[in-house]
Design a protein around this ligand. Structure first.
Ligand SMILES: [Fe+2]
Ligand SMILES: [Fe+2]
Length: 309
């Protein structure tokens, strides 16, 4: 791990965003990740992507952990909004000479503030809309109104205005002020610009494809569940199917039809059909009766149910 950082100090940013702390001695990347409970395949994919610039092969892509990648991106957002951009602003104010009421000085700060507002909007959208959508997907819920392609289509580079600001300062910065500090701030702007560009690439080239895969997996799982339910519904003998047993478990634990449908990725209509079949097969028509049946047949434990039923 220390070789990785010494060879490419930009990877320090990646460490922070994965929540990895320094002091790893001679331990390997795998050992450090295991010790600090960081998903190693995801860390390696991100590092390779940022250093070599190549997209991972499909099997590596499959090894990516969506929660780990999402955490990484969220930490990066906090870093830009709460640390790096405010630091650049503070340095700019310190560096620029305001004593001569130089208009360009004020315009530079104004430009920077407008830029930060844009970045904030962009990142808050990702935190609130995109990551909430992804979290629901991870829980097996597929939205009918939103998908990752919609995000990908409208996802823009956020470093362009910073490039513009950098050029304005280089070309039109008024004389005066602390030139050492101005140059140091410019240096920070250059590095922030490159970092933001990489951040956007990670979202476009890693996040989007991995979420497309996840969307496919959820769709396939849902289609499989519906198929299995349809064939289970066609049975005429009185033996309970595995799915019917699952539904009894849900009913006696107090779940509503809608909650059961969401949990098992089936429609409410399918749940109702199953419940009708269960009643017919068992000749039990109440939740209290089903509860007794479930306990006797060990479908649930006594402590899992509400005994006031
Ligand atoms: Fe982002
Ligand atoms: Fe973004």
């Amino acid at each position: 791990m220390s070789d990785l950082i010494c060879e490419n100090y930009n990877m320090l940013q990646v460490l922070t965003r994965f929540g990895l702390s320094l002091g790893f001695g001679d331990r390997t990347i795998e050992e450090v990740c295991r010790e600090q409970q960081v998903d190693c395949p995801t860390f390696l994919v991100v590092v390779n992507f940022l250093t070599v610039g190549e997209c991972p092969l499909p099997d590596r892509m499959k090894a990516l952990s969506v929660p780990a990648l999402m955490d990484y991106l969220k930490r990066a957002h906090s870093y830009y909004l709460d640390f790096e951009l405010p630091t650049i602003r503070r340095k700019l104010i310190e560096a620029i000479d305001f004593t001569h009421q130089e208009e360009v000085s004020y315009l530079i700060i104004q430009f920077f503030d407008a830029y930060v507002a844009e970045v904030r909007k962009h990142m808050e959208y990702e935190n609130d809309k995109v990551f909430t959508y992804v979290q629901a997907l991870l829980e097996g819920v597929l939205s009918t109104e939103y998908n990752i392609d919609m995000f990908a289509r409208h996802h823009e580079q956020i470093n362009l205005k910073l490039t513009e600001l950098k050029n304005i300062i280089i070309k039109y910065y008024p004389s005066g002020g602390d030139s050492q500090l101005v140059n140091a701030t410019l240096f920070d702007i250059f590095s922030c610009e490159a970092d933001l560009m990489s951040h956007t690439r990670v979202e476009d080239r890693l996040l989007v494809p991995v979420i497309q895969q996840l969307e496919m997996a959820v769709k396939t799982r849902q289609a499989g569940a519906v198929e299995a339910d349809a064939s289970a519904g066609g049975k005429t003998d009185d033996t309970l199917s595995q799915r019917e047993k699952e539904i009894i478990g849900c009913v006696v634990r107090g779940l509503t039809n809608k909650e059961i449908a969401d949990k098992l990725f089936i429609s409410i209509h399918t749940v109702i059909t199953h419940r009708r079949n269960i009643s017919r097969k068992l000749q039990i028509h109440s939740v209290a009766g089903l509860t007794i049946y479930a306990i006797v047949n060990k479908l649930v434990e006594l402590n899992e149910i509400n005994t006031n039923i």
